[in-house]
Design a binder for this molecule. Structure first.
Ligand code: ADP
Ligand code: MG
Length: 219
């Protein structure tokens, strides 16, 4: 059970309130909820980017918040891919250089070839040498998806990855996420979009920092 509190002036805000969640390897989970309900906070806790006020985050039985900052960074690099809403591509690097980053951090020898392959998979082989500013929003988002998958993460965390995109482009980004899922890649995706959430195995609805409702995809 996770709780996250933050000081706010004289008072304490409870951002997440005793949230209890376990996710199976290979599951595709969607997190829904109104703005401010705690979705991004939950993702940050699962990535070890933030620490809970109470409770534990376990990954393969390992308590991630008890890792040192260095070990946490190594754990993240080896296990986790992110897709942020705001892309967070590096502006002075081309698409392929952005996609290569996690591979280079892992010390992979074939970073360029693997990044090229992933850019091909998201339909951007022709754009590999373009800088983010030369790409549309949907293209930038696809580079972000390619980068997130580059390190072959066991866990993909995506915070409203289709949030800035129109319906068709958003759907294309989602298709790419689904196509690139390796066997047993776990996907946890925050979204506002019911059509996106409908593709998930399970949907949880957050409200005011609590899980209000949980639904499974009907077969
Ligand atoms: P969501 O992603 O569902 O929109 P967030 O997890 O970003 O929600 O935020 C949940 C609540 O916590 C919001 O009310 C937000 O204002 C508050 N919050 C998040 N981060 C901070 C922070 N660093 N300081 C103060 N309040 C925060
Ligand atoms: Mg958010």
């Amino acid at each position: 059970m996770l709780t996250k509190r933050l000081p706010s002036g004289e008072r304490t805000l409870t951002i997440l309130d005793r949230v209890d969640l376990s996710v199976e390897a290979g599951e595709f989970l969607a997190i829904l909820g109104p703005s401010g309900s705690g979705k991004s906070t939950m993702l940050a806790l699962m990535a070890g980017l933030d620490r809970p006020s109470d409770g534990r985050v376990l990954y393969d039985g390992r308590e991630i918040q008890s890792l040192s900052e260095d070990d946490l960074a190594i754990w993240r690099r080896q296990n986790v891919g992110f897709v942020f809403q705001s892309f967070q591509l590096l502006a002075n690097m081309t698409a392929i250089e952005n996609a290569m980053l996690p591979l280079e951090l892992q010390g992979a020898g074939d970073a360029r070839a693997r990044a090229a392959e992933l850019l091909g998979a998201v339909g951007l082989q022709e754009r590999a040498h373009h800088y983010p500013a030369q790409l549309s929003g949907g293209e930038q988002q696809r580079v972000a998806v390619a980068r997130a998958f580059a390190g072959s993460p066991a866990l993909l965390l995506a915070d409203e990855p289709t949030g800035n995109l129109d319906g068709v482009t958003g759907r294309a980004v989602l298709d790419v996420i689904q196509q690139l899922r390796f066997e047993r890649t776990t996907v946890i995706l925050v979204t506002h979009d019911p059509a996106v959430a409908a593709l998930a195995d399970r949907r949880i609805h957050l409200r005011d920092g609590r899980i209000e409702r949980e639904e499974w995809r009907t077969p």
